[in-house]
Design a protein around this ligand. Structure first.
Ligand SMILES: C[S@@+](CC[C@H](N)C(=O)[O-])C[C@H]1O[C@@H](n2cnc3c(N)ncnc32)[C@H](O)[C@@H]1O
Length: 274
């Protein structure tokens, strides 16, 4: 593979473009990462310089190259029941949730849902802990900027190794085994799958069109890529979409230094709207 150099001027072009398009803030330290991760792509496309790749990226109106670029420089890593302390807290919160939802209607947003493990986990959790689960009207909006991870998420099919480590009762209740080619996979059962609406959505540049509030918002391990301005603006928007008392879940390495008068930290990166 040809090793293609990335000049500071070229890096500056990518930095500006990615910030404007996605809100991801690339520091100078990311030069090596961009060069290392994108070199293969340039070779694949038969391009000889990062300047040529930049033109290719900007001219691609389908957005596929942007998805490729974002996936190359960020991570889509996720798993079922990630951030275990948050699920423990949620268990305690269930009686309060039931008491506040006389209409038995629950609306949740999984923002930056990657390949779907997060929204499906929310449903598996509710199926286990919400009495009369079938009688509830539950809808989860699950969004991500990457069409690649979303196309996996909508299949609802996962490799045995990521499912078989879950408690047996959850595996039985929430999945069915399916054959995909030569492989046995686990497919999320239709009863859960039909409650999730997957959509491509850019948290930084797409308009906040939501008419109704959410009973919970999960935005975990997503804001690490954003700068303070974008992070603060997004958190303000989340706060505006949560009724009083409703939780906002961030990733365990994320914390808010702002919004102290609207969001109260409960621990484990869980905040409640004041
Ligand atoms: C590390 S994954 C987190 C997945 C899941 N929330 C979790 O905690 O397991 C981060 C996800 O954020 C998405 N993402 C990054 N920037 C985004 C943006 N501006 N708008 C929407 N999603 C974005 C990525 O595509 C990726 O799938």
């Amino acid at each position: 593979m040809l090793e293609i150099p990335l000049t500071p001027e070229e890096f500056a072009l990518f930095r500006r473009y990615i910030y404007e398009k996605v809100g991801i803030s690339l520091s100078d330290q990311k030069t090596t990462l961009v060069k290392g991760r994108l070199n293969k792509r340039l070779n694949q496309l038969g391009l000889r310089s990062f300047r040529d790749y930049y033109d290719h990226l900007v001219q691609d109106k389908s957005g596929n190259e942007l998805t490729y670029f974002v996936s190359a420089i960020s991570t889509n890593v996720t798993s079922f029941f990630r951030e275990s302390a948050q699920w423990t807290w949620l268990k305690e919160y269930v009686p309060e949730l039931i008491a506040s939802k006389k209409d038995k209607k629950i609306r949740i947003w999984s923002a930056g849902c990657s390949s779907g493990e997060e929204p499906y986990t929310i449903l598996m959790f509710l199926q286990t802990h919400l009495p009369d689960f079938e009688k509830w009207d539950i809808k989860i909006l699950a969004t991500d900027i990457s069409s690649k991870v979303l196309s996996h998420a909508v299949t609802g099919q996962y490799e045995a190794k990521s499912v078989e480590q879950l408690p047996k009762d959850i595996v039985i209740k929430s999945f069915e085994k399916v054959r995909v080619g030569n492989e046995i996979k686990y497919a999320v059962r239709p009863l859960l799958k039909e409650k999730v609406l997957f959509r491509m959505y850019n948290l930084i540049t797409d308009p906040f069109f939501f008419k109704n509030k959410f009973d919970m918002i999960f935005c975990r391990n997503v804001m690490i890529y954003f700068d303070d301005i974008n992070r603060q603006q997004l958190v303000s928007r989340f706060a505006g979409l949560l009724p009083k008392g409703s939780p906002l879940f961030l990733g365990s390495s994320e914390s808010l230094t702002t919004h102290k008068d609207t969001l109260k930290l409960l621990g484990s990166s869980i905040y409640r709207k004041l």
